[in-house]
Design a protein around this ligand. Structure first.
Ligand code: MN
Length: 130
C-alpha cells in the first residue's frame, strides 16, 4: 500500500507542483485548499503525513496544526509545514503549534520528495523512504 499524503495549500501552482512530484514517486495525494477543509480531510482519510501551508483561508496553518494535535487518532501523523524562506519566524511558531518539521518554499523539485521522506514513518515495505 502506498503512502497517502494530505496537502493543505491554497496556492494552485504550489499544490500542482507538490502533487506532481509526489504522484510521480508513487504517493497517493489528497488535497485541501483551506484550513477547515484540511482538518476535515485529515480526520476523514487519516493520511500517512500532512503537508501544511501557513497562510491559508478559513484557518491558518498554526490553527490547523493546533487543532490536529487535539485529535488522538492523528497522534504520530507527521505534520510538515511548508514555510516561505522569507518567513523565518514562522518556523518556531509552527513547530510550537505542533508541526513535526518544515520544508522551505519555493519547492525545490530536486530535493522535495527526499525531504518529505525524512519525516515519514519507516515501514519495512517502504524501502524507498530509507
Ligand atoms: Mn498559502
Amino acid at each position: 500500500m502506498s503512502a497517502t499524503l494530505l496537502i493543505i495549500e491554497d496556492n494552485e501552482q504550489n499544490l500542482y507542483l507538490m502533487r506532481f512530484l509526489l504522484e510521480k514517486n508513487g504517493f497517493a495525494v489528497i488535497s485541501a485548499e483551506n484550513g477547515r477543509e484540511g482538518v476535515e480531510k485529515a480526520l476523514q482519510y487519516k493520511p500517512t503525513a500532512i503537508l501544511l501551508d501557513i497562510q491559508l483561508p478559513e484557518m491558518d496553518g498554526y490553527a490547523v496544526a493546533a487543532e490536529l494535535k487535539t485529535h488522538a487518532e492523528l497522534d504520530g501523523t507527521p505534520i510538515i509545514a511548508v514555510t516561505s524562506y522569507a518567513m523565518m519566524g514562522d518556523r518556531e511558531t509552527i513547530l510550537a503549534a505542533g508541526a513535526t518539521g518544515y520544508i522551505e518554499k519555493p519547492i525545490n523539485p530536486e530535493t522535495f520528495v527526499a525531504e518529505i521522506g525524512r519525516y515519514l514513518p519507516k515501514r519495512r515495505e517502504d524501502k524507498e523512504y530509507a
